[in-house]
Write a protein that binds this ligand. Sequence first.
Ligand SMILES: Nc1nc2c(ncn2[C@@H]2O[C@H](COP(=O)(O)OP(=O)(O)OP(=O)(O)O)[C@@H](O)[C@H]2O)c(=O)[nH]1
Ligand SMILES: [Mg+2]
Length: 511
Amino acid sequence: MALPTFVDRVALHVSAGRGGNGVASVHREKFKPLGGPDGGNGGPGGSVILRVDPDVTTLLDYHHSPKRRAEHGGHGAGAHRNGAHGKDLVLPVPDGTLVTDPQGNVLADLVGPGTELVVAQGGRGGLGNAALASSKRKAPGFALLGEPGDELEIVLELKVVADIGLVGFPSAGKSSLIAAISRARPKIADYPFTTLVPNLGVVSAGDTTYTVADVPGLIEGASEGRGLGHDFLRHIERCAALVHVVDTASIEPGRNPVDDLDVIERELSRYGGLEDRPRLVALNKIDVPDGRDIAGFVVDELRERGLRVFQVSAASGEGLRELTFAMAQIVEAAREAKPVVEAKRIVLRPPSADGSDSFTVKLTGEGWRVRGEKPERWVRQTDFSNEEAVGFLADRLNRLGVETKLAQLGAQEGDAVLIGHPDNAVVFDFKPGIDAGAEMLGRRGEDQRFDESRPAARRRRAIDEAMDDRGEGETRADVARRLDKPETYGPTSYEIGGTDDPDWREDDPGE
Ligand SMILES: Nc1nc2c(ncn2[C@@H]2O[C@H](COP(=O)(O)OP(=O)(O)OP(=O)(O)O)[C@@H](O)[C@H]2O)c(=O)[nH]1
Ligand SMILES: [Mg+2]
């Protein structure tokens, strides 16, 4: 089989760039020992954007390379240097590209040059410790991680945007007609199904310029897949009007213009959705003497049905001027009824990413499952190897009300709490109402001068001391428990539960 040169449906895998990580860094300068935090933020990852480009007429490129990825954001660096923005990946698509998910749900219909769809959003960059610092938390010893970009499967389907669609039996002369009235040069031959893909032509009649699409021929039973089937009719779904191209000179037995027209109408109605489109009839090939006679016989019958009928010859050009002006009239009327679409930018977000404070808590076999845009994002931003970062997360979750909600629903101390999508949730131990959190975990973020007045810090020191003579195999968490101060941070389980310490009640800079 020949290589395809026209592709009107492709499945595409798009991945946006990951956001860069923020960095925890402390300013150092000769003779200035007390430098502040100066870790820069990670740059956002690049997004994948589909943009309607009038010069693109096929989805062929995507057929050849169906995986597309935008650039990652750069990591932050010391001295307040922010990471670079990942470059967006702009994918040009033809006018009239329908974007769906693999299940066929429509995500967007891209019509009009310049229309854009942000199909996969780049991940946010993580904040560096400079941005996380506050009056009380003077030198955070952690930074936030960049978030992964969206990654998804989409299907692009091209629905040609033409003003007029030509329909008819194979060899009726549709391609010949488009060649006669425009500069399109489709393949023309005396065997059926010469046209395998839609052809577009631009026609000028008077002051009106419009496009005409020629689609592969239809035969009786096309809706059951006979011939080339009727799938190609989706290319005329957007047309303002249809022109029946009818062969008046067919020598096939049983063929006559009226029956041919009825067959095509039946197939159109089986396809559905085209009933409201005005129709014109072009009785073609009247340069052939028999054809002219037959056209003469049927023209009245067709006009009695209320159809506008034109007797034409694509070969000699006879009657084409009237036909093209009639088409122009319909196109003008349709354009007046429907204003031109303006280029716009559509942003696609997964349904959960609504930026709201809402979250859900459900009891499942594995434990309490917490879902919500913010809790899940915060978990993704957390560097779990850094206890101070984990404490920061705990406090954010607490402030959102996750702990309160769990308690209301009857969660017991020690219950498993899973945050995030079932496939990659992070598991925590539930530990309500503790006087813990970041304070007691990390020392790097604290200004020692405030220590004396801070109970959490005092307690942390007590644990530090007790650690020196802990039992074999006893973790810091065990020691804390032994001291009757709850703390259970371990390598795979993190505690959620906040602190009453006013330090952590400031506006969250990570939002
Ligand atoms: N004499 C005469 N022949 C024509 C005319 N229009 C088309 N033909 C011939 O009819 C045959 C089929 O023409 P096409 O334009 O390929 O027909 P089509 O409707 O595009 O056919 P498919 O693409 O197969 O559906 C060709 O041999 C043309 O030369 C016409 O007005 N007069
Ligand atoms: Mg053709």
